[in-house]
Design a protein around this ligand. Structure first.
Ligand SMILES: [Zn+2]
Ligand SMILES: [Zn+2]
Length: 638
């Protein structure tokens, strides 16, 4: 029998798994990695074949994801054993595995003195380690990754070629005798000495840039208010919350309220950032009686904090290393970038942009091919809710049940850009790119598109982009030399929502509440009610249009919107929105339509209400005023 298995079946130990279950079921034949699918020739009795097929669909490796199994009867060739055949490429849909957080077995080996990978900062196995971020092209084999330049030592070579080991065909396999090294640019310490030095910097409140899986993080002790305040000053980020990496679940429970179902997500193979409620005196003491240690500066005025657990071995070693020194169990782990720029990927990036913000850089010579920021999720109605889908999830495709054909690139929006390559009913979303107002993010978008096209072996014939004439994403799309389809911003939001939920039942009423989007009438939209299908939309209604005076400033200064919404000048001054002079200026701008646009933005309306109620007059980061309003409303509801 010839069996084809489609899905995430590369880089997750699928072929060794097939060989193992073939042995158990008494099946002879072979398994081969074809790129788009794994092909199996299986010879055996009917009972043996049934047993084999059952095991194939029920015992597959945890990290694999089977989308489809095709079976076809073929003439037996009289095979007597089962073998794994070298990868052989054919054309077809390609599934690239996301990066996988260090697994429990590797974590145990990392801290086992008798193991030959004791304290090895790059430990990985068939079930865990970097994937997308080190990959050059498919099929997934070591020579086509950034591990290709590191020859395996005999010990690793043995594990790689013997199916009874945990590292059989683990492409990034390495150990203390072979593979990448840790180092500190500009200093002589390497490997263990580099780690010990960086820990000593962090322990006294210093800031380190640490190369992880998909880029650099800026890292400091999250329990040290001076360290966090200094990072805020250096990063020019006064209030926007920082994500925190915690040593283990025990620490998370000490700092945060952990709800049912959250631990498997936090401690699972993706290890996203999850927004959790911070523990306060009101929420009672932690299960083991510990008191929270996170300093307020981590997320000022915010009842929640973004938490993740270590997912790269080097991060585990920053927390725990046998150098006889105590270490904090909470690190700020914020993307290593300048505000608006993409996360730093190379030493050159880190030296140029991060060295002014940190005391030391901990790098390594395993090249990151594609950036992958941390994924971010919140928790709603007892379930995870994706906010930023990136490391650990991208580029797993969404598979829709429709029958559209073709290959389209969607260039994404301007803020928080992500792009998507769609091929027939598969939608491959990129990792998070960044805010395209910064030219470096536009370059990252261009590089990301090229790399994903190479990995997926797809050449889009059409590009879709936003309608906004001044967006860099729009200009990028027009520069590709492909036919361009411009899509209205809020219709795109609703269509994405329909696709994410595989909606195939005709038109919907879509409600899109948003900050800013270019409307078909040239005004700013953002509080929209649309009748939408995959073929188009009509605008049924919106919130009442108002004047947004002051250009770009009006997106940051909610008091400006508040003034244009209030008729009563005296009241506006009385409640401290602005001085009488500023008020006169806004009134003049609106009256003469100077630097003033018509808007139905729900985001701006929230900002205005936040200002009127006295929470925030201005925002230092996107959403700050609205968040303050939300937290106030939530605490009132409690
Ligand atoms: Zn592992
Ligand atoms: Zn080795």
């Amino acid at each position: 029998m010839c069996i084809r298995v489609y899905g995430i079946v590369q880089g997750v130990g699928f072929r060794p798994f097939v060989a193992r279950i073939a042995g158990k079921a008494g099946i002879a034949g072979s398994v081969c990695n074809k790129g788009p699918y794994v092909e199996i020739y299986a010879e055996g009795t009917a009972a043996q074949t049934d047993d084999f097929l059952y095991r194939l669909s029920h015992e597959a490796p945890e990290r694999s994801s089977i989308l489809k199994i095709e079976k076809q009867r073929v003439e037996p060739e009289g095979e007597t054993s089962f073998s794994i055949i070298q990868s052989e490429k054919v054309r077809g849909d390609i599934f690239v595995s996301p990066d996988i957080a260090v697994c429990p077995k590797c974590k145990a080996e990392l801290f086992d003195k008798t193991n030959r990978r004791y304290l090895h900062p790059f430990i990985n196995c068939t079930a865990c380690g970097p994937r997308l971020t080190i990959l050059d092209s498919m099929p997934y084999d070591r020579v086509r990754t950034s591990m290709g330049v590191f020859p395996m030592c005999p010990g690793c070579g043995y594990e790689y070629t013997h199916e009874e080991t945990r590292r059989y065909h683990a492409q990034p396999v390495c150990c203390n005798d072979c593979g990448p090294h840790l180092y500190i640019p500009g200093r002589s310490e390497r490997n263990a000495a580099a780690l010990v030095y960086v820990r000593s910097v962090l322990r006294v409140g210093g800031i380190a840039a640490v190369k992880g899986i998909g880029g650099f993080h800026l890292c400091c002790d999250a329990a040290n208010p001076h360290a966090v305040a200094r990072l805020r000053a250096l990063k020019n980020r006064p209030f926007k919350p920082f994500a925190v990496m915690m040593r283990d679940m025990r620490t998370v429970r000490r700092e945060c309220v952990v709800l049912d179902g959250q631990e498997p997500l936090l401690d699972g193979p993706q290890k996203p950032i999850l927004l959790l409620e911070r523990r306060t005196v009101d929420s009672g003491s932690a299960p083991d009686g510990g008191r929270p240690l996170l300093c307020a500066e981590v997320a000022p005025g915010n009842p929640n904090v973004g938490v993740m657990l270590p997912y790269a071995p080097v991060q585990l070693l920053l927390f725990s290393y046998p150098d006889g020194e105590r270490m904090t169990d909470c690190f700020v782990m914020t993307s290593g970038n300048q505000s608006g720029a993409p996360i730093c990927r190379t030493d050159e990036d880190a030296l140029e942009y991060l060295s002014p913000m940190c005391d030391v850089i901990l790098s390594n010579d395993r090249v990151i091919r594609l950036r992958a920021d941390d994924s971010v999720m919140s928790w709603q109605n007892g379930k995870p809710y994706m906010i930023r889908r990136s490391r650990g999830y991208a580029p797993l495709p969404f598979m829709l049940s429709d029958t559209r054909k073709g290959c389209v690139l969607a260039a994404g929006g301007e803020l928080k850009n992500t792009f998507c390559i769609a091929h027939n009913n598969l939608y491959y979303l990129s990792p998070y790119i960044g805010d395209l107002a910064d030219v470096r993010s536009v370059q990252a978008l261009a590089a990301g598109v090229t790399r994903m096209e190479t990995l997926l072996e797809l050449k889009p014939s059409v590009v879709a982009c936003d309608m906004h004439p001044e967006y860099n994403s729009t200009q990028f799309a027009h520069g590709l030399g492909l036919p361009v389809v411009e899509v209205q911003h809020h219709y795109a939001h609703i269509a994405s929502c329909m696709a994410e939920n595989d909606w195939q039942n005709g038109a919907v009423i879509g409600v899109s509440f948003d900050g800013t989007g270019y409307g078909t009438d040239g005004t700013i939209w953002g509080g929209e009610f649309l009748r939408a299908s995959y073929d188009g939309f009509t605008r049924l209604g919106s919130i009442m249009p108002f004047a947004q005076a002051g250009g770009d400033l009006s997106a940051k200064e909610g008091w400006r919107i508040a003034v244009s919404l209030l008729d009563d000048d005296d009241l506006a001054v009385q409640i401290g929105l602005c001085s009488a002079q500023s008020l006169g200026m806004i009134r003049t701008m609106i009256a003469h339509r100077i630097n003033c646009v018509t808007s139905t933005s729900m985001g701006r309306l929230f900002d205005a209400v936040s200002a009127v109620l006295g929470y925030k007059r201005c925002s230092t980061f996107e959403g700050e005023s609205s968040m303050a309003l939300e937290f106030a409303a939530e605490s009132e509801l409690k």
